[in-house]
Design a protein around this ligand. Structure first.
Ligand code: 7PJ
Length: 281
């Protein structure tokens, strides 16, 4: 494992006494249904949500314009840029690191010009031109595993050995990125909870967090906040999954996850502080 993760303007220690899990807050920028449908309200709403996360102690804000919920339709490039770019420019000097959740190379290029610190790609930089778009920058790169695409992924996910297959996929992507000249200290990996996985696949992967980190020797990002895997255990609908999500985040961090991607920033920050204070290092 490298001793640090290069994260644009930031550099996160991964080993030693200053290492700690980072909290990534989810900022969805989608048109609001309660106004004229223009860009203005969604921008103001996104900024005030970001300000709340900053007060709550967020480390990284992950800005996403396209829903990648199971069955969701892709968003045209121009619309994604219109949603996301004003938010990136508004947030880039507010303190936290900024990430953009996109698989489109043109959005990656514009976001890097705007100064983002991470490109978070649910597609693992497989789109033609994605690697070239991010190569000559110092932003972090999150490589996520997804089986099929958001339209198809939850129809009938199948694996022989889910952990081995996710690791093999991530290893191939790491090798392709580093062969293109990308510094491995910029890379983190993500098993992609809910992206082409059954409940059982998701929990086999969560229980294998430490193994994935050890085999790949890369920092790991875990995103399970409010997902169906939390509902599958608790029986709770999406608006009642906060405590379950905290439990899942702690399970990942206890196995060495470097970053947790969450909706509930204040609660996650507190849970991690108390957990950190209460364990033997
Ligand atoms: C993830 C993501 C995730 C990373 C989404 C949702 C669906 N990016 N983007 N990992 N999930 N890296 O938040 O429910 O798990 S969108």
């Amino acid at each position: 494992m490298h001793s640090t993760l290069q994260f644009g303007r930031f550099n996160y220690p991964l080993t030693g006494e200053h290492a700690r899990a980072r909290v990534m807050g989810i900022l969805n920028v989608t048109p609001d249904s309660f106004s004229d449908g223009g860009q203005h309200h969604s921008l103001e709403f996104a900024i005030s949500h970001a300000e709340e996360m900053i007060r709550d102690g967020v480390d990284i804000i992950d800005v996403g314009g396209e829903s990648s919920r199971p069955g969701a339709d892709p968003l045209p490039l121009e619309q994604e840029l219109q949603r996301v770019m004003p938010v990136l420019y508004a947030l880039r000097d507010q303190g936290p690191a900024i990430s953009v959740d996109t698989y489109k190379p043109q959005v990656m290029r514009e976001a890097i010009i705007a100064g983002v610190d991470m490109i978070n790609d649910i597609n693992g930089f497989r789109a033609p031109g994605a690697i070239e778009a991010v190569r000559d920058s110092d932003c972090a790169l999150c490589i996520m595993h997804m089986q099929k695409d958001p339209q198809q992924m939850q129809l009938a996910p199948q694996y022989g050995d889910v952990v081995a297959e996710v690791i093999a996929f991530l290893r191939e992507r790491i090798e392709t990125l580093t062969a293109a000249g990308i510094d491995p200290r910029r890379i983190c990996v993500d098993p992609g909870f809910g992206f082409g996985k059954t409940l059982e696949h998701n929990y086999v992967l969560l229980r294998s967090t430490a193994r994935i980190i050890t085999e790949l020797q890369m920092p790991l990002l875990a995103g399970l906040s409010r997902k169906s895997m939390v509902g599958g255990i608790t029986g709770k609908p999406v608006e009642q999954r906060m405590a379950g999500s905290l439990g899942g985040a702690l399970a990942a961090v206890a196995q060495g996850a470097a970053i947790v991607r969450v909706h509930d920033v204040a609660e996650t920050v507190d849970a991690l502080k108390v957990w950190q204070a209460g364990i033997n290092r």
